[in-house]
Design a binder for this molecule. Sequence first.
Ligand code: VOV
Length: 247
Amino acid sequence: MAEPAKTLDGWYVLHDFRKMDWAAWKQLSPHERESIISEFSNMISSLEETEGNLEGSHGLFSIVGQKADFMLMLLRPTMDELHEIENIFNKSRLAEFTIPVYSYVSVVELSNYLPSDKDPNEDPEIQARLKPILPKWQYVCFYPMDKRRDGEDNWYMLNMEDRQEMMRSHGMIGRSYAGKVKQIISGSVGFDDWEWGVTLFAHDVLQFKKLVYEMRFDEVSARYGDFGSFYVGIRMEKETIPSFFHV
Ligand code: VOV
């Protein structure tokens, strides 16, 4: 048997994608809409408070294209807390005007493919990567992926050294995008339909295409990567919530 990579696991993650039922939303009086938006803004304020205390993080994004209208990305120390917030939102009045279209459950993950002599429990940099406060960058890109298990191309039957070598090359491409793209890799084996969620952040949306395209030629992606649907979105500040929902 090939040796499994050891993983460090951090905060749990929920990506929650919703469409708006704009037709029903338009039926409401401006006063009703205003009060619903204010309930939703208060919910976001409470998430901001948690983030301020470094007890979790979140991001709200409007999604481009027909797959969804907006996405709330939530990170918490336990899956129970994620689920609690999910339920609070589902019972809110805004949720009555949303249609759930996709969700993804995972946990922030770091693996031991690249050598490190640091004690992960003590090292502040590793801790910050396991419990990330989401960057307030303008664009987000999310997609799920697997490592292939198909005949000769089976990632899970490769020995550790070969996998390490490929991950080293992967890391080098990634590092060349420092300052342009930030990644959060979250593991979802046993939690959701794919093996990892990939969440990327950028100031310039085109950098997603450049990075993902470049990685397609790298062996670990070219030979062993299988990908789900891609979602791309634009960051929403609390202040822009009313204009997003304005009809
Ligand atoms: C922004 C750039 C960037 C950077 C710097 C980066 C670096 C690294 C390093 C150093 C490591 C290994 C150690 C660890 O930290 O786990 C990883 C790990 C991983 N990556 Fe990555 N990755 C990036 C970006 C990046 C992208 C764009 C993708 C999607 C691939 C594509 O083709 O679309 C990806 C995937 C992954 C995955 C699925 C894993 C886990 C693999 C496993 O088998 O366990 N990743 N990644």
